[in-house]
Design a protein around this ligand. Structure first.
Ligand code: SF4
Length: 402
Protein backbone atom coordinates (compact mmCIF):
# COMPACT_ATOMS: atom_id res chain seq x y z
CA UNK A 1 0.00 0.00 0.00
CA UNK A 2 1.30 3.45 -0.84
CA UNK A 3 1.82 5.47 2.29
CA UNK A 4 -1.08 7.81 2.89
CA UNK A 5 -0.76 11.33 4.20
CA UNK A 6 -1.49 10.83 7.87
CA UNK A 7 -4.60 12.64 9.06
CA UNK A 8 -4.25 14.97 12.01
CA UNK A 9 -6.67 15.20 14.91
CA UNK A 10 -6.42 18.85 15.84
CA UNK A 11 -10.09 19.23 15.07
CA UNK A 12 -11.44 16.63 17.41
CA UNK A 13 -11.79 18.95 20.39
CA UNK A 14 -14.10 21.08 18.32
CA UNK A 15 -16.38 18.11 17.98
CA UNK A 16 -17.24 17.98 21.65
CA UNK A 17 -20.80 19.04 21.02
CA UNK A 18 -20.81 22.75 20.29
CA UNK A 19 -23.45 23.69 17.76
CA UNK A 20 -22.28 25.84 14.88
CA UNK A 21 -21.95 29.56 15.39
CA UNK A 22 -25.23 31.39 15.06
CA UNK A 23 -25.99 33.00 11.69
CA UNK A 24 -24.86 36.55 11.58
CA UNK A 25 -28.24 38.21 11.02
CA UNK A 26 -26.79 40.92 8.85
CA UNK A 27 -25.30 40.36 5.44
CA UNK A 28 -21.65 41.21 4.85
CA UNK A 29 -21.07 44.80 5.82
CA UNK A 30 -24.57 46.20 5.20
CA UNK A 31 -25.82 46.25 8.80
CA UNK A 32 -29.26 45.12 7.57
CA UNK A 33 -31.02 41.90 8.49
CA UNK A 34 -30.69 39.27 5.78
CA UNK A 35 -34.04 37.53 5.26
CA UNK A 36 -32.71 34.84 2.91
CA UNK A 37 -31.75 32.30 5.58
CA UNK A 38 -34.73 32.76 7.90
CA UNK A 39 -37.07 29.79 8.25
CA UNK A 40 -40.76 30.63 8.60
CA UNK A 41 -40.87 31.00 12.40
CA UNK A 42 -37.88 33.37 12.45
CA UNK A 43 -39.25 35.41 9.55
CA UNK A 44 -42.63 35.77 11.27
CA UNK A 45 -40.88 36.82 14.50
CA UNK A 46 -38.91 39.43 12.56
CA UNK A 47 -42.05 40.81 10.89
CA UNK A 48 -43.81 40.98 14.26
CA UNK A 49 -40.80 42.82 15.69
CA UNK A 50 -41.33 45.55 13.10
CA UNK A 51 -45.09 45.66 13.72
CA UNK A 52 -46.15 43.58 10.69
CA UNK A 53 -48.52 40.63 10.42
CA UNK A 54 -47.64 36.98 9.94
CA UNK A 55 -49.23 36.75 6.48
CA UNK A 56 -46.89 39.48 5.23
CA UNK A 57 -43.92 37.36 6.29
CA UNK A 58 -45.32 34.42 4.35
CA UNK A 59 -45.85 36.57 1.25
CA UNK A 60 -42.22 37.70 1.40
CA UNK A 61 -41.02 34.14 2.04
CA UNK A 62 -42.74 32.98 -1.16
CA UNK A 63 -41.31 35.87 -3.14
CA UNK A 64 -37.79 34.99 -2.04
CA UNK A 65 -37.81 31.20 -2.34
CA UNK A 66 -40.48 30.48 -4.94
CA UNK A 67 -39.97 33.45 -7.24
CA UNK A 68 -36.30 34.22 -6.64
CA UNK A 69 -36.81 37.86 -5.62
CA UNK A 70 -33.87 39.70 -4.09
CA UNK A 71 -35.44 43.13 -4.37
CA UNK A 72 -38.43 44.27 -2.32
CA UNK A 73 -39.61 46.47 -5.22
CA UNK A 74 -40.45 43.33 -7.21
CA UNK A 75 -42.98 42.20 -4.59
CA UNK A 76 -46.08 43.48 -6.30
CA UNK A 77 -48.58 42.23 -3.69
CA UNK A 78 -46.71 43.93 -0.83
CA UNK A 79 -47.75 47.52 -0.07
CA UNK A 80 -45.41 50.36 -1.03
CA UNK A 81 -45.19 51.44 2.60
CA UNK A 82 -44.06 47.98 3.75
CA UNK A 83 -41.57 47.72 0.90
CA UNK A 84 -40.04 51.03 1.98
CA UNK A 85 -39.94 49.89 5.60
CA UNK A 86 -38.25 46.61 4.65
CA UNK A 87 -35.68 48.39 2.49
CA UNK A 88 -34.66 50.44 5.52
CA UNK A 89 -33.94 47.51 7.83
CA UNK A 90 -33.64 44.32 5.79
CA UNK A 91 -32.30 42.82 2.61
CA UNK A 92 -32.22 39.59 0.63
CA UNK A 93 -28.55 38.91 0.19
CA UNK A 94 -27.37 35.80 -1.64
CA UNK A 95 -23.69 34.91 -1.99
CA UNK A 96 -22.12 35.70 -5.34
CA UNK A 97 -21.42 33.13 -8.05
CA UNK A 98 -17.84 33.68 -9.20
CA UNK A 99 -17.89 30.88 -11.74
CA UNK A 100 -20.30 28.38 -13.18
CA UNK A 101 -18.83 25.29 -14.85
CA UNK A 102 -20.94 23.03 -17.05
CA UNK A 103 -19.83 19.46 -17.70
CA UNK A 104 -20.49 17.58 -20.93
CA UNK A 105 -22.67 15.17 -18.90
CA UNK A 106 -24.98 17.95 -17.65
CA UNK A 107 -23.37 18.31 -14.22
CA UNK A 108 -23.07 21.96 -13.19
CA UNK A 109 -20.65 23.27 -10.59
CA UNK A 110 -20.98 26.67 -8.94
CA UNK A 111 -18.04 28.41 -7.28
CA UNK A 112 -19.67 30.69 -4.75
CA UNK A 113 -17.94 33.53 -2.94
CA UNK A 114 -18.96 33.87 0.70
CA UNK A 115 -17.97 36.43 3.29
CA UNK A 116 -14.31 36.50 4.30
CA UNK A 117 -12.94 36.06 0.78
CA UNK A 118 -13.66 32.31 0.72
CA UNK A 119 -15.14 30.30 -2.11
CA UNK A 120 -17.29 27.19 -1.60
CA UNK A 121 -18.54 24.72 -4.18
CA UNK A 122 -22.02 23.46 -4.98
CA UNK A 123 -22.72 20.77 -7.57
CA UNK A 124 -25.90 19.96 -9.48
CA UNK A 125 -26.15 16.43 -10.88
CA UNK A 126 -28.98 15.60 -13.29
CA UNK A 127 -30.10 11.99 -13.62
CA UNK A 128 -33.27 11.42 -15.63
CA UNK A 129 -36.17 13.11 -13.81
CA UNK A 130 -34.03 13.68 -10.77
CA UNK A 131 -31.80 16.71 -10.20
CA UNK A 132 -29.63 16.44 -7.09
CA UNK A 133 -27.90 19.42 -5.58
CA UNK A 134 -24.87 18.71 -3.38
CA UNK A 135 -24.69 21.59 -0.89
CA UNK A 136 -21.78 22.77 1.29
CA UNK A 137 -22.21 23.56 4.99
CA UNK A 138 -18.79 24.94 5.98
CA UNK A 139 -15.83 26.73 4.42
CA UNK A 140 -13.41 23.80 4.33
CA UNK A 141 -13.74 21.18 7.02
CA UNK A 142 -12.15 20.63 10.39
CA UNK A 143 -12.36 16.85 10.30
CA UNK A 144 -9.63 15.88 7.86
CA UNK A 145 -10.80 12.55 6.47
CA UNK A 146 -7.76 11.16 4.70
CA UNK A 147 -9.46 10.57 1.32
CA UNK A 148 -11.17 13.96 1.04
CA UNK A 149 -9.95 17.03 -0.86
CA UNK A 150 -12.02 19.38 1.29
CA UNK A 151 -10.29 18.12 4.44
CA UNK A 152 -6.89 18.97 2.95
CA UNK A 153 -7.99 22.58 2.52
CA UNK A 154 -8.22 23.16 6.27
CA UNK A 155 -11.08 25.12 7.77
CA UNK A 156 -12.23 28.71 7.91
CA UNK A 157 -15.77 28.96 9.33
CA UNK A 158 -19.33 27.72 9.35
CA UNK A 159 -21.59 28.95 6.57
CA UNK A 160 -24.60 31.00 7.66
CA UNK A 161 -28.11 29.67 6.99
CA UNK A 162 -28.40 32.28 4.20
CA UNK A 163 -25.19 31.02 2.60
CA UNK A 164 -26.45 27.42 2.77
CA UNK A 165 -29.96 28.00 1.42
CA UNK A 166 -28.42 30.57 -0.95
CA UNK A 167 -26.80 27.64 -2.80
CA UNK A 168 -30.26 26.15 -3.49
CA UNK A 169 -31.61 29.59 -4.45
CA UNK A 170 -28.70 30.15 -6.88
CA UNK A 171 -28.97 26.72 -8.51
CA UNK A 172 -32.75 26.82 -8.83
CA UNK A 173 -32.54 30.32 -10.33
CA UNK A 174 -29.88 29.28 -12.81
CA UNK A 175 -32.30 26.72 -14.27
CA UNK A 176 -35.27 29.10 -14.36
CA UNK A 177 -36.99 27.16 -11.56
CA UNK A 178 -37.81 30.30 -9.56
CA UNK A 179 -40.20 31.77 -12.10
CA UNK A 180 -43.95 31.43 -12.26
CA UNK A 181 -44.50 27.93 -13.74
CA UNK A 182 -40.73 27.36 -13.99
CA UNK A 183 -39.49 23.75 -14.28
CA UNK A 184 -38.71 21.89 -11.04
CA UNK A 185 -35.05 21.22 -11.61
CA UNK A 186 -33.65 20.76 -8.12
CA UNK A 187 -35.67 17.76 -6.94
CA UNK A 188 -33.23 16.43 -4.31
CA UNK A 189 -30.69 18.00 -1.97
CA UNK A 190 -27.82 16.23 -0.24
CA UNK A 191 -25.85 17.98 2.49
CA UNK A 192 -22.66 16.31 1.28
CA UNK A 193 -20.59 19.17 -0.09
CA UNK A 194 -17.77 20.90 1.78
CA UNK A 195 -17.90 20.57 5.56
CA UNK A 196 -19.47 18.41 8.25
CA UNK A 197 -23.12 19.54 8.50
CA UNK A 198 -23.60 18.48 12.12
CA UNK A 199 -20.77 20.78 13.21
CA UNK A 200 -22.87 23.68 11.91
CA UNK A 201 -26.06 22.35 13.44
CA UNK A 202 -28.32 25.41 13.85
CA UNK A 203 -27.64 26.91 10.44
CA UNK A 204 -27.94 23.57 8.63
CA UNK A 205 -31.24 22.80 10.37
CA UNK A 206 -32.65 26.24 9.45
CA UNK A 207 -31.59 25.81 5.82
CA UNK A 208 -32.93 22.24 5.57
CA UNK A 209 -36.25 23.33 7.00
CA UNK A 210 -36.47 25.97 4.27
CA UNK A 211 -35.67 23.34 1.61
CA UNK A 212 -38.63 21.24 2.80
CA UNK A 213 -41.10 24.01 3.65
CA UNK A 214 -44.19 24.35 1.45
CA UNK A 215 -43.81 28.14 1.36
CA UNK A 216 -40.22 27.79 0.18
CA UNK A 217 -38.85 24.95 -2.00
CA UNK A 218 -41.29 22.24 -0.88
CA UNK A 219 -38.86 19.36 -1.42
CA UNK A 220 -40.07 16.11 0.16
CA UNK A 221 -38.36 14.95 3.35
CA UNK A 222 -37.48 11.78 1.47
CA UNK A 223 -35.44 13.86 -0.97
CA UNK A 224 -33.39 15.92 1.46
CA UNK A 225 -30.46 14.03 2.98
CA UNK A 226 -27.98 15.01 5.64
CA UNK A 227 -24.71 13.12 5.47
CA UNK A 228 -22.49 12.93 8.53
CA UNK A 229 -19.12 11.41 9.28
CA UNK A 230 -20.34 10.74 12.81
CA UNK A 231 -20.77 13.66 15.21
CA UNK A 232 -22.77 11.51 17.61
CA UNK A 233 -23.95 14.13 20.18
CA UNK A 234 -25.44 16.25 17.41
CA UNK A 235 -26.90 13.25 15.62
CA UNK A 236 -28.66 12.38 18.87
CA UNK A 237 -30.36 15.81 18.80
CA UNK A 238 -31.25 15.84 15.13
CA UNK A 239 -34.66 14.17 15.24
CA UNK A 240 -36.00 16.99 17.43
CA UNK A 241 -35.42 19.43 14.58
CA UNK A 242 -35.87 17.61 11.27
CA UNK A 243 -37.11 14.40 9.70
CA UNK A 244 -34.84 14.51 6.66
CA UNK A 245 -33.07 11.38 5.41
CA UNK A 246 -29.77 10.33 6.90
CA UNK A 247 -26.54 9.15 5.31
CA UNK A 248 -23.51 7.95 7.23
CA UNK A 249 -20.03 8.37 5.72
CA UNK A 250 -18.71 5.06 6.96
CA UNK A 251 -15.89 4.07 4.56
CA UNK A 252 -14.53 1.25 6.73
CA UNK A 253 -15.94 -1.88 8.35
CA UNK A 254 -13.87 -1.76 11.57
CA UNK A 255 -12.59 0.85 14.00
CA UNK A 256 -8.92 0.32 13.28
CA UNK A 257 -9.28 1.20 9.61
CA UNK A 258 -11.90 3.88 10.18
CA UNK A 259 -9.64 5.62 12.70
CA UNK A 260 -7.18 6.02 9.84
CA UNK A 261 -9.68 7.16 7.21
CA UNK A 262 -12.18 9.17 9.28
CA UNK A 263 -10.37 10.53 12.37
CA UNK A 264 -13.56 11.51 14.21
CA UNK A 265 -14.01 7.76 14.69
CA UNK A 266 -11.40 7.92 17.45
CA UNK A 267 -13.86 9.97 19.45
CA UNK A 268 -17.10 8.31 18.34
CA UNK A 269 -16.42 4.72 17.25
CA UNK A 270 -18.55 2.77 14.80
CA UNK A 271 -20.82 1.01 17.33
CA UNK A 272 -21.71 4.32 18.98
CA UNK A 273 -22.38 5.92 15.60
CA UNK A 274 -24.59 3.10 14.31
CA UNK A 275 -26.59 3.08 17.57
CA UNK A 276 -27.22 6.81 17.21
CA UNK A 277 -28.18 6.45 13.53
CA UNK A 278 -30.56 3.62 14.41
CA UNK A 279 -32.22 5.78 17.08
CA UNK A 280 -32.66 8.60 14.55
CA UNK A 281 -34.37 6.33 12.05
CA UNK A 282 -36.54 4.68 14.71
CA UNK A 283 -37.79 8.09 15.82
CA UNK A 284 -39.24 8.78 12.35
CA UNK A 285 -42.98 8.25 11.95
CA UNK A 286 -42.58 6.36 8.65
CA UNK A 287 -41.15 2.96 9.48
CA UNK A 288 -39.66 1.98 6.12
CA UNK A 289 -36.79 4.45 6.16
CA UNK A 290 -33.29 3.23 5.49
CA UNK A 291 -29.98 4.86 6.36
CA UNK A 292 -27.68 5.32 3.39
CA UNK A 293 -24.20 4.02 4.08
CA UNK A 294 -21.58 5.83 2.03
CA UNK A 295 -18.47 3.75 1.41
CA UNK A 296 -15.62 5.20 -0.64
CA UNK A 297 -13.58 2.36 -2.13
CA UNK A 298 -9.84 2.98 -2.18
CA UNK A 299 -7.47 0.62 -3.98
CA UNK A 300 -5.81 -1.85 -1.57
CA UNK A 301 -7.01 0.09 1.48
CA UNK A 302 -10.63 -0.85 2.18
CA UNK A 303 -11.67 -2.68 -1.01
CA UNK A 304 -10.75 -6.32 -0.17
CA UNK A 305 -13.39 -9.10 -0.07
CA UNK A 306 -12.80 -9.48 3.66
CA UNK A 307 -13.78 -5.82 4.11
CA UNK A 308 -17.04 -6.48 2.27
CA UNK A 309 -17.76 -9.51 4.46
CA UNK A 310 -16.99 -7.54 7.58
CA UNK A 311 -19.25 -4.71 6.42
CA UNK A 312 -22.10 -7.13 5.78
CA UNK A 313 -21.67 -8.52 9.28
CA UNK A 314 -21.46 -5.09 10.88
CA UNK A 315 -24.69 -3.82 9.32
CA UNK A 316 -26.68 -7.01 9.85
CA UNK A 317 -29.42 -5.49 12.04
CA UNK A 318 -29.35 -1.88 10.81
CA UNK A 319 -31.88 -0.79 8.14
CA UNK A 320 -29.48 0.36 5.42
CA UNK A 321 -28.83 0.64 1.75
CA UNK A 322 -25.20 0.88 0.69
CA UNK A 323 -23.74 3.32 -1.79
CA UNK A 324 -20.25 2.45 -3.05
CA UNK A 325 -18.19 5.39 -4.28
CA UNK A 326 -15.01 4.73 -6.26
CA UNK A 327 -12.33 7.04 -4.82
CA UNK A 328 -11.65 10.07 -7.04
CA UNK A 329 -7.92 10.92 -7.01
CA UNK A 330 -6.80 14.50 -6.34
CA UNK A 331 -3.56 16.36 -5.69
CA UNK A 332 -2.19 15.89 -2.16
CA UNK A 333 -3.45 12.32 -1.97
CA UNK A 334 -1.56 9.12 -2.73
CA UNK A 335 -4.64 6.95 -2.65
CA UNK A 336 -5.69 5.25 -5.86
CA UNK A 337 -9.03 4.51 -7.41
CA UNK A 338 -10.45 1.01 -6.81
CA UNK A 339 -10.11 -1.37 -9.77
CA UNK A 340 -13.29 -2.32 -11.63
CA UNK A 341 -12.71 -5.93 -10.68
CA UNK A 342 -12.44 -5.21 -6.95
CA UNK A 343 -15.47 -2.91 -7.12
CA UNK A 344 -17.60 -5.61 -8.77
CA UNK A 345 -16.49 -8.24 -6.30
CA UNK A 346 -17.21 -5.94 -3.34
CA UNK A 347 -20.70 -5.14 -4.64
CA UNK A 348 -21.43 -8.83 -5.37
CA UNK A 349 -20.57 -9.88 -1.83
CA UNK A 350 -22.85 -7.26 -0.31
CA UNK A 351 -25.70 -8.11 -2.67
CA UNK A 352 -25.34 -11.82 -1.95
CA UNK A 353 -25.65 -10.90 1.72
CA UNK A 354 -28.99 -9.25 0.90
CA UNK A 355 -28.05 -5.55 0.86
CA UNK A 356 -29.33 -3.07 -1.69
CA UNK A 357 -25.97 -1.89 -3.02
CA UNK A 358 -25.53 0.81 -5.63
CA UNK A 359 -22.39 2.24 -7.19
CA UNK A 360 -22.17 5.99 -7.57
CA UNK A 361 -21.13 6.71 -11.11
CA UNK A 362 -18.63 9.50 -11.40
CA UNK A 363 -20.15 12.65 -12.84
CA UNK A 364 -18.65 15.97 -13.82
CA UNK A 365 -15.11 14.55 -14.25
CA UNK A 366 -14.19 17.31 -16.70
CA UNK A 367 -15.00 20.04 -14.15
CA UNK A 368 -13.60 18.33 -11.00
CA UNK A 369 -17.08 18.00 -9.56
CA UNK A 370 -16.85 14.38 -8.47
CA UNK A 371 -17.51 13.24 -4.94
CA UNK A 372 -14.61 14.03 -2.59
CA UNK A 373 -13.07 16.54 -4.96
CA UNK A 374 -14.76 19.74 -3.82
CA UNK A 375 -12.11 22.20 -2.74
CA UNK A 376 -13.19 25.80 -3.35
CA UNK A 377 -10.83 28.36 -1.90
CA UNK A 378 -10.43 28.38 1.85
CA UNK A 379 -8.61 30.95 3.95
CA UNK A 380 -7.40 28.19 6.20
CA UNK A 381 -7.18 29.16 9.86
CA UNK A 382 -5.82 25.74 10.90
CA UNK A 383 -2.63 25.81 8.75
CA UNK A 384 -3.43 22.21 7.85
CA UNK A 385 -3.37 22.93 4.11
CA UNK A 386 0.16 24.35 4.47
CA UNK A 387 1.35 21.25 6.29
CA UNK A 388 -0.16 18.94 3.68
CA UNK A 389 1.42 20.87 0.84
CA UNK A 390 4.83 20.81 2.55
CA UNK A 391 4.57 17.05 3.18
CA UNK A 392 3.45 16.42 -0.38
CA UNK A 393 6.37 18.48 -1.75
CA UNK A 394 8.81 16.53 0.45
CA UNK A 395 7.43 13.25 -0.87
CA UNK A 396 7.75 14.47 -4.47
CA UNK A 397 11.39 15.47 -3.85
CA UNK A 398 12.10 12.03 -2.34
CA UNK A 399 10.54 10.24 -5.32
CA UNK A 400 12.44 12.36 -7.86
CA UNK A 401 15.70 11.77 -5.94
CA UNK A 402 15.30 7.96 -5.97
S1 SF4 B 1 -15.41 13.68 4.10
FE1 SF4 B 1 -16.81 15.24 4.93
S2 SF4 B 1 -16.31 15.28 7.12
FE2 SF4 B 1 -14.58 14.25 6.13
S3 SF4 B 1 -13.08 15.90 5.69
FE3 SF4 B 1 -14.39 15.68 3.86
S4 SF4 B 1 -15.99 17.20 4.13
FE4 SF4 B 1 -15.06 16.87 6.15
Amino acid sequence: MIESLTPTTESLDRVAGQPGQASPAAAEGSGKVNLLGMPEAKLIAFFESIGEKKFRAIQVMKWIHQLGADNFDDMSNVSKALRAKLKDCAEIYAPEVVRQLDSADGTRKFLIRVAGGNVVETVFIPDGDRGTLCVSSQVGCSLDCSFCATGKQGFNRDLTAAEIIGQVWIAAKSFGQLQANGPRTVTNVVMMGMGEPLLNFDNVVDAMNLMMHDNAYGISKRRVTLSTSGVVPQLDRLSQYTDACLAISLHAPNDELRNELVPINRKYPIAMLLDSARRYIQSMPDTHRKITIEYTLIDQVNDRPQHAQQLAELLRDVPVKINLIPFNPFNLSNYKRVSNNALRKFQDILMQEGYITTVRTTRGDDIDAACGQLAGSVNDITRRSERYRARFDEQAVRIIGQ
